[in-house]
Design a protein around this ligand. Structure first.
Ligand code: AHG
Ligand code: MN
Ligand code: MN
Length: 336
C-alpha cells in the first residue's frame, strides 16, 4: 500500500533537512492549514447562506454571518495569533500591521495574507483562494514585530503558499525546495500530497488578462496582446485566452498547464491593481520554484523592496518564455 503523505508529514520531513529546525515552522504551517480547512468549509456553504436568506444571516450566537472576506480574515488571524510563532501579521483586510494579542507570546516569524482572493466570484460558485507569505523577523526577538518585518523584499520569504477552494480544495506551498500541492480529502479532513514537485512548462499556451482594460493600457502592452493573438504555428500562436478573475485560480491553472497571467499598470491604476506583499510576492516565489518567472515588466518581483504595506505592483507571472517576451515588449526591444 503506498504511503499517504499528509501536509504535516511533508513539512516535518522537509524540516528534518534543516539542521537547526525547531519544529516551530511545522506548527505554524499546521495553523495555516487549519485556517484553510475552516475557510474551505465555509466557502462551500456560501451559496447555501444566500439560499437560506435571513436564517443564513444570523448564526447560533446571534451574530450576523459575516461577509466571507471578513470571515476568512478573522479565521486566519485567530488560527495564527496564539501559537507563539509569529511576531506580527498583515492582511489585505486590515489597513495597519496586526500585533499579536498581548496575552500570547511572540515568535520569530512574520506572515502576510490575502484571506480571500477573487471574492467577487463567491456568489457565483466560482473558485476563490487564500494566499500567504512567511518571513523570518528582522527586528529583535522577544518584542512585538514591526513594519520593517513586514516590508522585506520577496526574495527573503522562507515560505509562500496558496489555497484554492475549487471543485476540490488544494494547498500549494514552497519553502524554497520545490513546489508541492496537496488536495484536501474531505472525508478525513487532511491535506494529502497529490502534486509533488510541480514544474510549470517553460512555454505556455494560455494568456490570462482582463482585456476590458485594453484602452487604458500603454502601447507596448497593447502590442503584446495583439502579438499573442496573431496566427503563427511555429511560435505556438495564437495563445488561448482564459480569465477567471480569481488570481489564485488563474495562476493555479497556468502553473499546471503553462501560461501567463497579466495584471498590468493602466491609465486608471498606474501601479496596477495587485498588492506586492500578499499577492505578487508569494506567487512569484512559487512560480520561480516551479521554473517560471515573475516581473513587473522591468524588475523581478522578488527584488522589489516594499515601501508600504498595501503597495501595488504591475504583475506578469507564469511560464518563463512568455514572461520574458512581455518584458521585451514593455522595455521596447520588441514592437510586434
Ligand atoms: P481580491 O478578491 O483579493 O480583492 O483580489 C481580486 C484580484 C484578483 O484575484 C483578480 O485576478 C483580480 O483582482 C481581478 O481584477 P479585475 O476584476 O480588475 O479583472
Ligand atoms: Mn486578492
Ligand atoms: Mn482578498
Amino acid at each position: 500500500m503506498p504511503a499517504i503523505i499528509t501536509l504535516t508529514r511533508h513539512i516535518i520531513e522537509e524540516q528534518r533537512k534543516h539542521p537547526h529546525a525547531t519544529g516551530e515552522f511545522t506548527d505554524l504551517m499546521n495553523d495555516v492549514a487549519f485556517a484553510a480547512k475552516l475557510i474551505s468549509y465555509h466557502t462551500n456553504k456560501a451559496g447555501l447562506m444566500g439560499v437560506l436568506g435571513e436564517a443564513g444571516t444570523t448564526n447560533v450566537q446571534g451574530e450576523k454571518v459575516k461577509n466571507l472576506d471578513v470571515f476568512a480574515h478573522e479565521t486566519m488571524f485567530k488560527a495564527l495569533d496564539h501559537g507563539g510563532h509569529l511576531c506580527v501579521m498583515a492582511s489585505e483586510e486590515e489597513e495597519n500591521a496586526m500585533e499579536i494579542p498581548e496575552q500570547f507570546p511572540v515568535g520569530k516569524y512574520v506572515i502576510l495574507y490575502d484571506p480571500l482572493d477573487g471574492s467577487s466570484n463567491i456568489d457565483a460558485n466560482v473558485s476563490v483562494g487564500t494566499i500567504f507569505s512567511i518571513y523570518r523577523r528582522v527586528s529583535p526577538d522577544g518584542r512585538p514585530g514591526t513594519l520593517e518585518d513586514l516590508l522585506q523584499p520577496g526574495h527573503r520569504q522562507i515560505c509562500a503558499g496558496y489555497v484554492v477552494y475549487g471543485s476540490s480544495t488544494m494547498l500549494v506551498y514552497t519553502t524554497g525546495n520545490g513546489v508541492h500541492g496537496f488536495t484536501l480529502d474531505p472525508s478525513y479532513g487532511e491535506f494529502v500530497l497529490s502534486h509533488p514537485n510541480i514544474k510549470t512548462p517553460k512555454k505556455g499556451k494560455i494568456y490570462s488578462v482582463n482585456e476590458s482594460n485594453f484602452d487604458y493600457w500603454d502601447q507596448p502592452l497593447k502590442n503584446y496582446i495583439s502579438y499573442v493573438k496573431q496566427i503563427d504555428e511555429a511560435s505556438g500562436r495564437p495563445l488561448n485566452s482564459r480569465y477567471i478573475g480569481s488570481m489564485v485560480s488563474d495562476f493555479h491553472r497556468n502553473l499546471l498547464y503553462g501560461g501567463v497571467y497579466l495584471y498590468p499598470a493602466n491609465k486608471q491604476a498606474p501601479n496596477g491593481k495587485l498588492r506586492l506583499g500578499y499577492e505578487a510576492n508569494p506567487l512569484a516565489f512559487i512560480v520561480e520554484q516551479a521554473g517560471g518567472r515573475a516581473s513587473d515588466g522591468k524588475t523581478r518581483i522578488l527584488d522589489i523592496k516594499p515601501k508600504e504595506l498595501h503597495q501595488r505592483t504591475p504583475l506578469f507571472i507564469g511560464s518563463e518564455t512568455d514572461v520574458k517576451m512581455i518584458e521585451e515588449f514593455i522595455t521596447g526591444k520588441k514592437q510586434q
